[in-house]
Design a protein around this ligand. Structure first.
Ligand code: C2O
Ligand code: CU
Length: 484
């Protein structure tokens, strides 16, 4: 009896302690949860107005046919080069539409392989994203597929196959999509420079082995010839005083460019298609595979009659890219403020936000090419994916802030790209970085850790991968699912 009473008393005391603990713990948990909720919505609130959620189609449809086919073109030094090309051209045609116009592209596949077209950086409806087995079946030789979408953002974008891309892009399948604003800023001219490199064999033709062990063990396939718009010694003839919008696109499989505009009045106005919050110094910008840079370039009168070489400095050994040839004539410079985005969130508080998904990047031996590049120790199985089995996807809640972490456990470069979304760099190796612009691709150097923040608004299953195409082809690819 006594025992029971003591037990009862002890239990009551325990119960009171428990209630006391609960009385403290529950409000604490609730308030932490509320604070977390508030912090998330602060990031989402700050995101609002960054870029439009929906397309605004104006009812104008621009129809284009892109026929992917083997072709022989006078490239590089003007000698015949056997390539694969869109409409017989390398680079493929520059497609220009105005914001609000709808693009309807019929892809005709005359290649000896299946293919698709991916619209890099364009926030398309998921079904138009061109990823085989994930958003559409592969387009078999002889077949066609119609892509139709209204871009939501003005800017510099590009398109390329998303099937055996390491071979198809290297053979010449890529093109640029320029989405002009309804009222484009009054530049004297608007130019596109497609930066690329080619790996040629001793006969001067495209080296016919792809995904070699060498390429896989390094930063992908780096060529022995660097070209701008498909040729060496590209020149841009301008008049002194002209103000040029120069759109740079890196379509190389693996090469990174760091173009030097020193001595010129040059400002970066857009990165990966999207205007920055303010014009930026081009020094230090690295253009990894997939990246774009829009440069606002004014030719001063002091350069009359001169030739200004633009060189690449990424490898430390300068590589000539192109020359700006300035005429004697001087014209008046169009005066207007460099175009800029009204609002890019700073997300200063994001350092404290938990990581939603971490992607560890590494390699191992094995797989069809002998070396596999992995994300979290998994290599993406392209054959299974093309057949419709693309594994499980990391879920990213639409309209909520997500922090993604990339951890490069290797010593190679990895330009990490997410389809259908823009993200902002938050930190490198734990040090906060405030880039006043969006990106769709961020370059990781050896052993680097990078955090990015995003508020995905475009729903669907999207690819996340390294844009060194050999790395992607050998497994460095996965999917995310943006879900409401
Ligand atoms: Cu240029 Cu999957 O991308
Ligand atoms: Cu990579």
């Amino acid at each position: 009896m006594t025992t029971t009473t003591t037990d009862l008393a002890r239990n009551t005391r325990r119960f009171r302690q428990l209630i006391g603990a609960v009385a403290i713990a529950v409000p604490l948990a609730v308030s932490t949860w509320l604070l977390a909720g508030l912090r998330v919505s602060a990031e989402v609130r700050e995101f609002r107005g960054s870029y439009p959620e929906d397309a605004q189609p104006r009812g104008v449809v621009r129809e284009v046919t892109l026929t992917a086919t083997p072709a022989v073109v006078p490239l590089l030094d003007g000698r015949p080069l056997a390539v694969w090309a869109y409409n017989g051209q390398v680079p493929g045609p520059v497609l220009r539409v105005r914001l609000g116009e709808t693009l309807r592209v019929t892809l005709v596949n005359r290649l000896p392989q299946p293919t698709t077209i991916h619209w890099h950086g364009v926030r398309v409806p998921n079904a138009m994203d061109g990823t085989p087995g994930v958003t559409q079946p592969p387009v078999a030789p002889g077949e066609t597929f119609v892509y139709e979408f209204t871009p939501k953002d003005a800017g510099t974008f590009w398109f390329h196959p998303h099937l055996r891309a390491s071979e198809q892009v290297a053979r010449g399948l890529f093109g640029v999509l320029v989405v002009e604003e309804a009222e484009p800023p009054p530049y004297s001219r608007d130019e596109v420079w497609v930066l690329d490199d080619w790996l040629l064999d001793s006969s001067g033709q495209i080296f016919p082995q792809f995904n070699t062990r060498h390429d896989l063990a390094h930063d992908g396939r780096w060529g022995n010839v660097v070209t701008v718009n498909g040729t060496r010694g590209t020149t841009l003839a301008v008049k002194a005083g002209e103000r040029i919008r120069l759109r740079l696109v890196n379509v190389a499989n693996g090469r990174v460019f760091a173009p030097d505009f020193a001595g010129l009045d040059a400002r970066v106005i857009a990165v990966d298609g999207m205007y920055a919050a303010r014009p930026l110094d081009p020094a230090g910008f690295e253009l990894a595979p997939g990246n774009r840079l829009d440069i606002d370039l004014t030719i001063p009168a002091s350069l009359r009659g001169k030739r200004v070489p633009i060189t690449d400095h990424f490898t430390g050994r300068p590589i000539p890219l192109a020359e700006i040839v300035v005429a004697d004539e001087v014209v008046e410079t169009p005066r207007f403020a460099s175009p800029a985005r009204a609002h890019v969130p700073e997300w200063r508080g994001a350092a404290a936000t938990p990581v939603r998904a971490e992607y560890r990047l590494n390699a191992r031996t094995g797989g069809p090419f002998g070396i596999q590049w992995t994300i979290n120790d998994e290599a993406f199985d392209h054959d299974a994916a093309h057949a419709g089995d693309h594994g499980s996807a990391q879920v990213l809640p639409a309209g909520e802030f997500s922090k993604l972490r990339f951890v490069n456990e290797s010593y190679r470069l990895h330009p990490m790209h997410v389809h259908g979304q823009f993200f902002k760099l938050l930190s490198r190796n734990g040090k906060p970085v405030d880039e006043p612009h969006w990106r769709d691709t961020v370059l990781l150097h050896a052993q680097e850790t990078v955090d990015v923040g995003m508020v995905p608004v475009d729903v669907g299953r999207w690819m996340l991968h390294c844009h060194i195409l050999e790395h992607a082809e050998s497994g460095m690819m996965t999917t995310v699912e943006v879900r409401r």
